[in-house]
Write a protein that binds this ligand. Structure first.
Ligand SMILES: O=C(O)CCC(=O)C(=O)O
Length: 273
């Protein structure tokens, strides 16, 4: 019998101080070869299989992408990636914290031939139910993702404000952020070609969007959302219904002001935290 031990996942991803500064100044960064090449095909197969198994829970956001969540709970190969110290180590360095926990993982499948519509500009912070700014998402295409397949664009430096916090992802958030970018002459980092396994990292406060997928193939992207392992649940009740739903779904049994810790949020770098 052959055991796949994911040896490549045990290797640290070497980050330079320049890259850490870039993330902290801009609120986003693109890193090459985050998923080791030897692991990409297996992860893609596992994500497709787990997505299929979660089909009944699939959500379609504005025809922009199809989402399933927490694949790591039902698939061993996905779990090896989501719980890997390689990716969590990058997230912790960017956030400047000693350890991170898993919020959840997600698929972001955008249909080809223009059926996958543009992802509206939005700020994820609208949805995050935590009392910390130290929240980050790793987003990785599992096939090569040219610009016409819809990799993400970001507004550099937008992680330092919460101006679009009140808006869920929608045409309204898109219009609101576009107008702000124009009015305030904000700096937009355009989407770049990504090879399978290259990853972007963005803060939950960074404005981001993606174009329609006009290629022939579905954009198969996977994401892992992390937060500071020492974060707490806010004392005040959630400000909107989506935050309330996420609090109930991803942090079962937690209490206002208490640690943001449940069996669904393992700490990765020192698992006994
Ligand atoms: O995949 C997309 O088009 C959007 C992804 C996204 O909004 C996110 O990762 O926060």
């Amino acid at each position: 019998m052959v055991f796949h031990t994911h040896v490549a996942l045990a290797e640290d991803y070497k980050l330079s101080q320049t890259q850490i500064d870039e993330y902290q100044n801009n609120g986003h960064i693109l890193l090459r070869n985050v998923i080791p090449e030897s692991e990409i095909a297996e992860l893609r197969t596992a994500v497709l299989r787990a997505h299929e198994a979660l089909n009944a829970q699939e959500e379609d956001f504005q025809k922009a992408f199809r989402v399933t969540q927490n694949l790591w709970e039902i698939n061993d190969a996905v779990r090896a990636h989501v719980l890997s110290k390689r990716y969590a180590g990058i997230a912790a360095k960017f956030l400047g914290c000693r350890n991170v926990r898993i919020y959840h993982d997600l698929t972001f499948f955008k249909e080809g031939l223009g059926k996958g519509k543009p992802t509206p500009w939005h700020q994820d912070g609208h949805y995050w139910p935590l009392d910390t700014e130290k929240c980050i998402t790793l987003w990785v295409p599992l096939t090569d993702c040219p610009v016409d397949m819809g990799p993400m664009s970001f507004v550099s430096g937008s992680h330092l404000n919460k101006d679009a916090e009140h808006l869920p992802i929608s045409d309204e958030s898109d219009e609101y952020i576009r107008e702000m970018v124009e009015r305030e002459n904000l700096s937009v980092a355009p989407a770049q070609h990504m090879n399978a396994g290259d990853a972007t990292f963005h803060s939950c406060w960074t404005y981001h969007a993606a174009a329609s997928n006009t290629t022939e193939n579905t954009r198969i992207a996977f994401a892992i959302a992390y937060y500071d392992a020492d974060a707490t649940i806010p004392l005040q009740p959630p400000a909107n219904e989506r935050r309330a739903a996420n609090l109930a779904r991803w942090f079962p049994g937690t209490v206002p002001g208490g640690p943001a810790v449940s069996e669904m949020n393992p700490a990765i770098l020192s698992p006994h935290d």
